[in-house]
Write a protein that binds this ligand. Structure first.
Ligand SMILES: [Zn+2]
Length: 328
């Protein structure tokens, strides 16, 4: 686990370099977060983010979703401005910015980050330097300000320049207005990280949930950043209580979803959690738990993203064996 891989920014050659570094330092086949042939979860994700076409989807009148260059980005228009939620990968921010302007025909003036991860904040330097106001839950600024290690998935990031940091920081909730829409930003406590924001947009009836939900693959639970399986399930319960059949759910990654999709995902998490709890109660080690394939029934639907079943099992196992499993 000492082999923390620094996510090298600004270079598409970084993946090969990182794989080479892994091979040179000796490939370990049991490194948590490794998905095959020396790749970590973050390397696999980064490769995907750098190579997927950017796609614009109309959510409602004046609301757009841009996907493909990292986390899904939501854009909401006012008469003369655009507010965006998340800023994608740093390597593709010019392309993203062009696509946002093409869709909205208005300059971006405000940016909300759903959490600190690089595929949601990579464009912060670009937008922040252009004078865009950045808004986030207060823990996002703390994490972006200093170096962050997430060895489980092979991520080392953070230490962003001041212009990339949020200047409006909230703790549990805040309200914004953008044109006819009211945006309610809510943090339900640690879930995917300790700085997650869910944005409810009304009357459009859109919920932007960040990486609490990816449509549809197993999630990263960022234990190093305070995330936990119990927190994920808690937040999902809150989101389910506040949405209805007509709500459009913008996930952290993947296509627009429905409340039914979110419910199925929550139920999957509950069942996987229970199975791993049973294995822990039976005295199994993490390796034995992985060998027992507790996610098997769900792998066909959820296991083909960049978090493979064995890594997901390890994350849930680790989350449940931390003290109290209430995050750390
Ligand atoms: Zn994330």
């Amino acid at each position: 686990m000492e082999r923390v891989l620094q996510k090298m920014r600004h270079s598409t050659a970084s993946i090969q370099a990182l794989i080479l570094a892994l091979l040179v330092t000796g490939t370990a086949s049991h490194v948590a977060g490794q998905v095959g042939t020396g790749q970590t979860v973050i390397q696999k994700a980064t490769e995907q983010f750098e190579n997927s076409p950017l796609k614009t989807t109309i959510l409602r009148q004046g609301l757009f979703m841009l996907s493909g260059d990292g986390g899904d980005v939501t854009a909401i228009v006012d008469n003369g401005s655009t507010l965006i939620i998340d800023s994608g990968m740093d390597t593709r921010v010019a392309e993203l910015s062009d696509a946002i302007f093409k869709a909205t025909m208005r300059p971006v003036t405000r940016l909300v980050n759903t959490h600190w991860h690089f595929d949601h904040t990579g464009g912060n330097v670009f937008f922040g330097s252009a004078g865009v106001t950045i808004i986030a839950q207060e823990n996002v600024k703390k994490r972006l300000s200093s170096v962050q290690n997430v060895p489980f998935v092979g991520l080392r990031d953070g230490h962003y320049p001041p212009e990339a940091l949020s200047t409006i920081n909230y703790s549990s909730n805040m309200t914004l207005h953008q044109g006819p829409q009211q945006l309610t930003l809510v943090n339900y406590g640690p879930a995917h990280t300790d700085g997650d924001t869910v944005v409810y947009i009304s009357p459009a009836n859109v919920a932007v949930v960040g990486d609490i939900f990816s449509n549809h693959f197993y999630p990263i639970i960022d234990l190093e950043s305070g995330g936990s399986i119990d927190g994920m399930i808690h937040s999902l319960g809150e989101i389910l209580a506040r949405t209805d059949e007509q709500t459009k759910i913008v996930p952290g990654h993947g296509p627009v979803a429905t409340r039914a999709d979110l419910e199925e995902y929550r139920d999957m998490l509950l069942q996987v959690r229970q199975r791993i709890m049973d294995l822990i109660a039976a005295g199994k080690t993490m390796d034995e738990a992985v060998a027992a394939a507790p996610t098997k029934q769900f792998d066909a639907k959820w296991g083909s993203g960049y978090v493979p079943p064995n890594v997901f099992t390890q994350m849930v196992f680790s989350s449940l064996t931390y003290s109290g499993s209430t995050g750390r």
